[in-house]
Ligand binder design. Structure first.
Ligand SMILES: Cc1ncc(COP(=O)(O)O)c(C=O)c1O
Length: 453
């Protein structure tokens, strides 16, 4: 990553090269523009470095843990060395284990299946559905939305104190909100959990792409994240951390790779001895390209340096927030307030606009890709909008026709690959849309606003 002199209002260094940076898209009003991908929180573009590494390996692709051939050996080595790279990236303890999964959702469901009998789970109702829902088979305490990091720690302390010292317990918490971008006090929550004999899993889906994450420094028991949000969109995710619950649990998937020995009993039935270790929960042929892509992204981010990446992203955040603050019709959603530390994820509503309409106009008239809806965090977004947190709604489905008041929000998100021009275009597009209205007609189709053609 090259570092350039910072002109006033410009970011401190160049963005990391990502795929798709030159892709142009048609505008409904005529002509084409370079696509401004501002939906990193959903899926970030692949780092060029990740793509190049995967392409260089692709001719050598082979089966993992199940082949005698040279390329199988090479692929097995690559898969296992990717595990070590990820462990290093996450600052894991020596006896922690890295399990490759499909995604954060998959990782947290795996852990949910490995909870010891009688385990109590504590989770804030503000979590992304991936961290909120997998525990429903256990005894779950849902904590109300805190209005400051301190309140979050106090609420957890109180809830854990009530449970008494007995039995296993798990706290699940996000590192950075996928709605507000706000950072949660993970180390403090971990200390509170441990003081009460509970364990803690960190949902780092939105944290790991923006910030260094150290399992050891934060003292969390597990961490989960997704490759496709970390510039490595090849279908893999990670669960890393303590081994004991995982080794005691039934394998997440039953099948080859997880089984060490399968035999017939005298009565003809089948008996199985499962692996201990990561293989226990990685049944089936491993996704070596996905794992390698994640490892490549970890190395690329580490080499670029999080200090530089964070400084650059904070400048983009300031630019967007200051730009939005100049538009009185825009209300930015926040749980912890303006001064809370945050990553490049910002959600807002625009007075008089349906969010789906606003997002559709940003796309069709300005070539800007954002997300609208409830962002798979329905209770949190409804709390922030002042709506009924019990209300139902489909993920991303607009709840009002174009022109009506919005019950959902617009989210803009960015990261290491975002050029200054994208956020500048976004801020001026918001200003222009609010001032002049949409230039085009829109209608609702299949639950989404689309330009009338
Ligand atoms: C905070 C958070 N956790 C978990 C997830 C789920 O990630 P995935 O869809 O990759 O499983 C997301 C996805 O947006 C997220 O933002």
């Amino acid at each position: 990553m090259s570092v350039s002199a910072a002109a006033p209002g410009r970011s401190v260094c160049a963005p990391l090269p990502v795929l798709g940076r030159d892709v142009t898209v048609p505008l409904v009003t005529g002509g084409e523009v370079t696509y401004a991908a501002l939906d990193y929180a959903a899926s970030a573009p692949a780092l060029q470095r990740v793509w190049d590494d995967v392409a260089a390996y692709a001719p050598y692709y082979g089966s993992v843990h199940r082949g005698a051939g040279h390329l199988s050996q090479l692929s097995t080595d690559l898969f296992e060395s990717s595990r070590r790279t990820v462990a290093e990236f996450l600052g894991c303890r020596p006896d922690d284990e890295v399990i490759f999964t499909r995604s954060t959702t998959d990782s947290l469901n795996l852990l949910a299946r490995a909870l010891p009998a009688g385990c109590q789970v504590f989770v804030f109702a503000t979590e992304h559905h991936a961290s909120l829902l997998p525990w429903r088979g256990a005894q779950v305490t849902y904590l109300d939305a805190p209005r400051s990091p301190g309140q979050a720690v106090d609420a957890l302390e109180r809830a854990l104190a009530l449970r008494g010292p007995h039995g296993p317990a798990l706290v699940c918490v996000t590192g950075a909100s996928n709605v507000t971008g706000e950072l949660w006090p993970v180390a403090e929550l971990a200390a509170a959990a441990h003081a009460h004999g509970a364990r803690i899993v960190l949902d780092a889906a939105q944290l790991a792409p923006h910030h260094p994450v150290s399992v050891r420094d934060l003292d969390v028991d597990w961490v989960a994240f997704s490759g496709h949000k970390l510039y490595a969109p090849f279908g893999a995710g990670v669960l890393a951390g303590r081994t004991d619950w995982l080794h005691e649990a039934e394998p997440y998937l039953a099948g080859g790779g997880a089984s060490r020995r399968v035999t017939r009993r005298a009565d003809g039935s089948v008996d199985v001895e499962w692996h201990k270790g990561a293989a226990r929960h990685e049944a089936g042929s491993p996704n070596v390209i996905g794992a390698y892509a994640i490892a490549s992204a970890c190395e690329a981010l580490t080499e670029a340096g999080f200090d530089t990446l964070v400084a650059r992203e904070q400048q983009l955040i300031r630019q967007v927030r200051e730009g939005l603050a100049e538009v009185p019709e825009v209300k930015v959603l926040s749980l912890f307030g303006d001064d809370a530390p945050r990553v490049g994820v910002i959600s807002f509503v625009v007075q008089g606009w349906n969010s789906s309409h606003f997002a559709a106009a940003l796309s069709a008239e300005y070539g800007i890709g954002v997300r609208d809806g409830l962002f798979c965090a329905h209770p949190l977004v409804r709390t922030l909008l002042g709506g009924d947190p019990q209300a139902r709604g489909e993920c991303g489905a607009p709840e009002a026709a174009p022109g009506e008041v919005s019950l959902n929000a617009v989210r803009v998100s960015f990261g290491a690959g975002t050029p200054d021009e994208h956020v500048e275009r976004f801020v001026s597009a918001v200003r222009e849309l609010v001032r002049d209205g949409a230039k085009w007609q829109y209608r609702t189709e299949g639950g989404r606003c689309v330009p009338v053609v």
